[in-house]
Write a protein that binds this ligand. Structure first.
Ligand code: DGT
Ligand code: CA
Ligand code: CA
Ligand code: ZN
Length: 591
């Protein structure tokens, strides 16, 4: 069994246990294990076969789960799962995949309407039968229809960038071990930092393409060789992702890297610019067009001008090198040509992280562990922003517990200042919830004592556009709110954004000096690149935050930085590139 099959089995087990109302911690343990297995790059079989390692070394895999995984590896079967499958209707699994349909709702639909498939549910919604079930209404019915359409769209089968990146890193390391490969680079949407990746593309510089292709196809994690030619090959890698390889000679490497990085739209525009200058550009290089310019039927290829590096390819058509994150076929060629390319923000510019959770609410690690992990990552300040009391599922903080946490932060800051130079400073924060009826879940007289307030909308996401927009604008206008967290609420591949007038949100943020978040969680990346660019145009400053729920969660900052770069953001546009003193100055300007 492959990792994805085992992850699916564990997820399925969690679904069935949840449907039967079993212990939530047990359900959560299976889900966590499914996530670990599903995002693991090497195969479980090879971890198990390695005498130096054990399945229980993997995060969230204890002895019981390791036993289940071994059973799956050995027999492809899991008795507990088979037993549960006999007891629970088959459609439950499919129905629980619809965003917003938890096990309780699915149970009501199955018991109430005898729904036995996704198509059956779609039909029942269209016929208006779902609104008659206890706990459902016309609005929920419409939302279910939207979400079925969303879940069915093929666009949502793409890998998250972070998951593709784990595979790309391993593949690149393998190919760099190939003695015949002089240069190895990843291209395509992975290199452009798109939020999801369809397949991985790889360009290798070598004069011995047969040896390079042999090496590529011999990769231990290749599940199958899909196609094999003289200078190109494709394999199916971990998590079923396709990997395309192209081998070129040294003097074409830059041209091939440029071509296979794309995007298609960017390349089309670049080609047309080349034609206008009597040049032709393809994956082998930039050449002069002999005796002709644009419009000629078949001009011959003349003198070669560039190809070894990307920089010289762009230079040959009169442009500076354009960062891959900007190559989406928007206005980047005009901006490059006018000398107006932004100096994009970099991970190294980031000095602080202003959104994270601890065990006080739904985080996995304590305040002290989170802060030390942030310091170890070189950050000079963090804000602790556990949930406010509305988020009952996460044991959100009421006033008393919050004030107690802030005392704990005072003591921590004192002991950190004694230990370290330069110390990391911990800001007293909170992630308040925008209530369904308007207002926030903690009073202003508490918020005004915070150093940093994130306001987010987690409940009532199906409300109409005006209502959602109004709730967010109201939060923006609260003088104690520093930033709006994940402003559209979308979860990539899982849940569409709530219906919000993002332009009105950006305008209100500009008017009041409130910041907007780029949530760096790879499922969120919210604001996205376009919204981030719009925020910049309106003069709104952006905060890139991890929203970490564990120390490992602090590492997603780079995903948020990538999204900011795609939006054309510079260090100055991003609040948490400031020193702590600079951040405080920005905040007082708001007050
Ligand atoms: P993906 O894989 O769907 O996430 O997106 P990409 O951008 O990686 O697309 P992919 O893998 O089909 O192709 C990689 C790059 O190769 C693409 O961005 C541009 C270039 N390319 C591929 N096919 C064509 C084509 O027919 N015309 C042009 N101009 N470029 C192409
Ligand atoms: Ca690709
Ligand atoms: Ca491809
Ligand atoms: Zn959060």
């Amino acid at each position: 069994m492959t990792n994805s099959e085992i992850a699916a089995a564990l997820d399925h087990l969690a679904d069935l246990l949840e449907y039967r109302g079993e212990n939530v911690f047990r359900v959560r343990a299976y889900r966590k294990a499914a996530r670990t297995v599903g995002t693991l790059v090497e195969s479980l079989a090879s971890v198990r076969a390695d005498p130096q390692r054990a399945l229980t070394d993997l995060e969230g895999i204890g002895a019981d789960l390791a036993g289940k995984i071994e059973a799956l590896l050995d027999t492809g079967r899991l008795p507990l799962l088979e037993e549960l499958e006999r007891q629970v209707p088959a459609a439950v699994f499919e129905l629980m995949r619809v965003p917003g349909l938890g096990p309780k709702k699915v149970k009501s639909l199955v018991d109430g309407l005898g729904i036995d498939s996704l198509d059956g549910l779609e039909r029942a919604c269209r016929e208006g039968r779902v609104r008659g079930v206890q706990g459902f209404g016309a609005k929920t019915e419409a939302a279910i229809l939207d979400n079925i359409a969303f879940a069915k769209s093929p666009e949502h089968a793409r890998l998250l960038w972070q998951d593709a990146d784990a595979i790309a890193a391993m593949m690149l390391a393998w190919m760099r071990q190939c003695p015949q490969a002089r240069q190895v680079e990843g291209a395509g949407s992975w290199r452009r930092g798109r939020e999801t990746v369809g397949d991985l593309d790889l360009v290798v510089d070598s004069s011995e393409s047969a040896a390079v292709i042999d090496h590529f196809c011999r990769w231990s994690e290749a599940a199958a060789v899909l196609q094999r030619g003289d200078t190109k090959a494709s394999i199916r890698g971990p998590r079923d992702v396709q990997i395309d390889l192209r081998v070129v000679e040294r003097d074409s490497f830059g041209a091939a890297l440029q071509y296979f990085t794309g995007s298609k739209e960017h390349n089309v525009r670049l080609r047309s610019r080349a034609r206008d200058r009597g040049l032709t550009i393809n994956e082998y290089g930039v050449h002069r067009l002999e005796g002709g310019v644009a419009g000629d039927a078949a001009p011959a290829r003349g003198e070669r001008l560039a190809g070894a590096t990307e920089a010289e390819v762009y230079e040959a058509v009169g442009l500076p090198w354009i960062p891959p994150e900007l190559r989406e076929g928007g206005d980047e060629i005009d901006r490059a040509s006018g000398g107006c390319l932004p100096r994009l923000v970099e991970l190294a510019d980031i000095r602080g992280d202003l959104h994270m959770h601890t065990t006080a609410t739904d985080g996995e690690d304590t305040l002290g562990e989170m802060v030390r992990a942030a310091a170890a990552r070189g950050l000079s300040y963090v804000a602790i922003t556990d949930h406010g009391q509305r988020v009952t599922m996460a044991r959100g903080l009421d006033r008393t517990r919050l004030l107690r946490q802030w005392d704990e932060i005072d003591r921590l800051n004192e002991s950190l200042a004694e230990e370290g130079r330069p110390p990391i400073v911990v800001l007293k924060g909170i992630e308040v919830d925008m209530l369904e009826k308007g207002g926030l879940d903690l009073p202003d007289e508490v918020l005004k004592r915070a150093d940093w307030v994130v306001a987010s909308l987690h409940y009532g996401q199906n409300q109409p556009r005006e209502r959602i927009t109004q709730r967010i604008v109201e939060a923006i206008e609260n003088p104690y709110v520093s930033v709006i967290g994940h402003p559209t609420g979308r979860l990539i591949n899982r849940r569409p954004p709530y219906d919000v007038d993002i332009e009105a949100v950006i305008a209100a943020a500009a008017r009041t000096g409130t910041f907007l978040e780029i949530n760096a969680n790879p499922w969120r990346l919210d604001l996205d690149d376009r919204h981030a660019a719009a925020a910049k145009r309106a003069g709104v400053k952006v905060v890139i935050s991890t929203d970490a729920h564990s120390t490992a969660g602090l590492d997603v900052m780079r995903c948020g930085v990538l999204q900011a770069r795609r939006g054309g953001l510079e260090a100055d546009d991003v609040v948490n590139t400031r020193t702590l003193a600079g951040l405080k100055k920005l905040l007082t300007r708001r007050g």
